[in-house]
Design a binder for this molecule. Structure first.
Ligand code: ATP
Ligand code: MG
Length: 334
């Protein structure tokens, strides 16, 4: 039986952090054998809010690719590719953009939160938001459907994007009287939203509140020590009332492959300082093999580029097949 298709990806807006690892990478690793996986470095999407910083996006393409490979993505199993190298995605985005209203995009809760975070770029009321940024969920629907993906391992912030993708797919099939795409489902991990170390609601590369996979042990320990906590002293897992300490307990649980409710029992009686030291030591231990592999890759950028080229070739055939089905359905197959 043919394997189901998996697509996911990351924006090259910075290197990957532990929120990505526990929020999305763990699932892509676990699913690598049983699915046909496509892992995209979403440079076109990163440019929607970094259009004035092309060097930053370019640099981070390799960073994100190395993070994925170091974490265990096997480029022989998973097609690792760069979004802009598949022009059929851009073409499909144009066709899909007719099927989505501007009001729907403006109501998307993730887009709304991101516009609010990017006041410098988009104005305090979002009055300068660009057409491209507002529309990135449409482009994301095209990323997913160009390989006709069944499943998309993501963090919680991406659920509205998956819902929109299913709406677009249904509308497309209905209007053009065809059945080309599966209805893609999100796959969430046990930690679908790791909070930032500054207490903000999401660890994010754009907010500088993260432990990066590539950080060295000293920097990691420093960041954990400085992580925001409440003024309490006991270590508990109570995300609703004590979100910051609970986020650290969650990280501790994830690296020990335990449930936070159980992991917290190990920590009884410890004060915040001692707990943070232990968390930093254990996190550094957990990430050590990944970091060693990453250091090897950093010394071989050409090899990483070759892997991306291998991925591009694998996606291209599939994308061409999808776009010709789309053109036929839309009666533009002249
Ligand atoms: P940016 O701020 O540029 O959007 P980001 O940190 O949100 O960066 P993305 O590249 O947008 O990272 O996200 C890649 C994947 O990681 C997505 O599936 C997203 O849902 C997931 N993810 C990102 N941040 C977290 C987090 N803090 N916790 C869990 N999952 C996350
Ligand atoms: Mg994001």
């Amino acid at each position: 039986m043919a394997k189901k298709i998996l697509l996911t990806g990351d924006r090259p807006s910075g290197p990957l952090h532990i929120g990505h690892y526990f929020g999305s990478l763990v699932n892509r690793l676990a699913m690598q054998d049983d699915y046909e996986p496509y892992i995209m470095v979403a440079d076109v999407q990163a440019l929607t809010d970094n259009f004035n910083q092309p060097e930053k996006v370019r640099e981070n393409v390799l960073e994100v690719a190395m993070d994925n490979i170091a974490a265990g993505i096997d480029p022989k199993k998973s097609a690792l590719f760069i979004q802009s190298q598949i022009p059929q995605i851009a073409e499909l985005t144009v066709f899909f953009s007719n099927l989505v209203t501007v009001n729907t995009l403006k109501r998307n809760p993730t887009v709304k939160a991101e516009i609010a975070e990017k006041r410098d770029l988009f104005g305090s009321e979002g009055e300068s938001v660009t057409y491209g940024f507002l529309g990135y969920p449409v482009s994301q629907a095209a990323d997913i459907t160009i390989v006709r993906a069944d499943i998309v391992p993501v963090g919680e912030d991406q659920l509205p994007m998956l819902e929109l993708t299913r709406e677009i797919v249904e509308k497309f099939h209905h209007i053009y009287d065809c059945d080309i795409f599966p209805r893609p489902q999100a796959k969430l991990s046990d930690a679908p939203r790791i909070m930032g170390l500054d207490g903000s609601s999401k660890m994010s590369k754009s907010l500088n509140n993260a432990v990066y996979l590539k950080d060295n042990p000293e920097v990691t320990a420093e960041k954990i020590r400085a992580a925001k906590t409440d003024s309490g002293s006991s270590i508990t897992y109570d995300p609703k009332n004590r979100p910051e300490i609970s986020n650290l307990v969650m990280l501790y649980a994830l690296i020990h492959n335990a449930k936070p409710e159980d992991a917290v029992k190990d920590l009884a009686g410890m004060n915040y300082v001692a707990f943070k030291e232990k968390l930093a030591t254990d996190l550094n231990h957990y990430l050590a093999p990944l970091r060693a592999k990453r250091a090897e890759l950093e010394a071989k950028p050409h090899y990483v580029k070759e892997l991306l080229e291998m991925g591009r070739k694998r996606v291209l055939d599939k994308a061409e097949e999808t776009i010709s089905l789309v053109r036929s359905a839309m009666k533009i197959n002249y």
